[in-house]
Design a protein around this ligand. Structure first.
Ligand code: SF4
Length: 445
């Protein structure tokens, strides 16, 4: 549990010597509690105090990094049980297992499909993150060859899956630069696995079927000097896995229970694609750091990624686009002008429909603090005055040779007032964005 400023102060030398740059030890303690300075600024803290403060300042769930470069995966470091308390920070990594008994051709084909699971939604990239290679061949050399093939064909983070440390050691020779996740340690092999993880500075999955056994295993790994750990409670029904995930998160956050202060990996068990999507979504919501899937059809994966995106946005800050004029297609001075809000989902829905109409159009995105049309109107963030102000400040009148403005059908009530406030002629557009293509095509006939 993090210490308060006063708690930290009690552990400091209390000499007010100012060597840390603060006038008093109390001032320094307050800044330290707020994480605005680091403990090493005080040269006089004892080793004992250092240890106590360092452990108190650790996050309740450790941040674990798998992979390297742009595609590295960071998981953990979450601070709350519910996203209305504070946002979730590190989105669940979504991955797949490839077996080393598959042919090279099949492996390359699978990796090509996995690499394509990379989409854009409401202006953000949503993609999969990790590929696990499972040593089913029980042949270390073959395993290493397949790991090399995977390394050459994807930039995603890697997991090396085997409970035999000798196979993992061979695969690590080819892949340690990419900081793979070793998957993993059990009560039977933890010493060998811990040595590999420590020597190669890579994270390690600790796998045990019950929470009690997992606690013992993590403590053993800590004793062996391993601190970068991902927890796994093995194959379970959805209900049992959900129980484990929830208990681990609660114990880490509410009881500062250090053995469970790590992110968790979950492997889906359902072969049925619909069931698997539901299972994976459950684990993303509560509270997996990584979910490994069996199926990789885009229609299975995209809803999971979309759900993850929604879970990991800040509920107090709606996704927004920049409020400005957007030019869709080869616009000219007679192109229509549509107005909408700057809520990402609203804007991108309108943009997609305008694009599909093939009618070059200006979209004026007004600052509605990220609210959708009706919500913003009800909250008085999308008013005749605010729209008129946006038209003026964005200089749309200098881009077109007309003064015809299309507003969303849901706010038709604004027409008269908006005409008065802006001097533009207002046309009420469709209520739903899906009506935009027909509306625009009819307008320009
Ligand atoms: S350097 Fe240490 S002892 Fe000196 S004032 Fe700062 S916190 Fe206190």
């Amino acid at each position: 549990m993090a210490l308060s400023g006063l708690g930290i102060y009690k552990l400091l030398p209390k000499t007010n010597c100012k060597k840390c740059g603060f006038p008093t030890c109390l001032a320094f303690a307050m800044q330290l509690a707020a994480k605005k300075v680091s403990l090493d600024k005080c040269p006089d803290v004892s080793q004992e105090t250092k240890k106590a403060l360092e452990s108190a300042s650790q996050p309740p769930i450790k941040l674990i990094t798998v992979g390297s470069g742009d595609e590295k995966l960071e998981i953990g470091n979450e601070t709350v049980l519910f996203r209305h308390e504070e946002k979730f920070y590190h989105p669940t990594g979504i991955g797949f297992i490839i077996e080393d008994t598959s042919s090279e051709e099949d492996i390359k084909k699978a990796l090509g499909e996995i690499n394509k699971l990379d989409f854009e939604r409401v202006g953000q990239r949503i993609n999969v993150n990790i590929v696990g290679i499972s040593c089913e061949s029980k042949d270390a050399s073959k395993f290493q060859v397949v790991v090399k093939t995977v390394l050459e064909n994807t930039k995603l983070a890697l997991a090396l899956v085997s409970d035999d440390a000798s196979f993992i050691a061979k695969a690590l020779e080819a892949s340690k630069e990419r900081v793979p996740l070793l998957c993993g340690a059990t009560s039977a092999n933890y010493k060998e696995m811990a040595k590999l993880a420590k020597d190669n500075k890579v994270p390690l999955v600790a796998s045990a079927p019950t929470l009690e056994e997992l606690e013992t295993l993590v403590k053993n790994l800590n004793t062996e000097g391993v601190e970068d750990i991902v927890l796994d409670t093995g194959k379970k029904s959805i209900a049992d896995k959900l129980w484990d995930l929830t208990q681990i998160r609660r114990l880490a956050l509410k009881k500062a229970f250090r053995p469970f202060g790590y992110p968790v990996i979950a492997f889906t068990q359902n072969a049925d694609k619909f069931q698997e999507a539901a299972e994976a979504s459950t684990y993303v919501s509560k509270y997996a750091g990584i979910v490994m899937l069996k199926n990789r059809d885009p229609w299975v994966v995209l809803p999971i990624l979309t759900m993850r995106q929604n879970i990991y946005t800040d509920p107090q800050k709606p996704l927004q686009v920049e409020a400005k004029v957007y030019e869709i297609g080869k616009v000219e001075d007679k192109s229509p002008v549509i107005v909408t809000t700057n809520f990402s989902l609203t804007y991108y829905t309108v943009e997609a429909e305008v694009e599909s109409s093939k009618v070059p159009t200006y979209i004026v995105s007004c600052d509605s603090e990220g609210m959708s049309v009706l919500t913003a109107w009800a909250a008085e963030k999308f008013t005749a005055e605010s729209i008129a102000k946006a038209l003026e400040s964005f200089g749309i009148k200098d881009k077109v040779a007309h003064k015809d403005l299309i507003i969303p059908g849901y706010v038709s009530v604004l027409s008269g007032k908006l005409e008065e406030a802006s001097g533009w002629k207002v046309t009420v557009g469709p209520r739903e964005a899906s009506g935009i293509p027909v509306f625009l095509r009819n307008l320009t006939k």
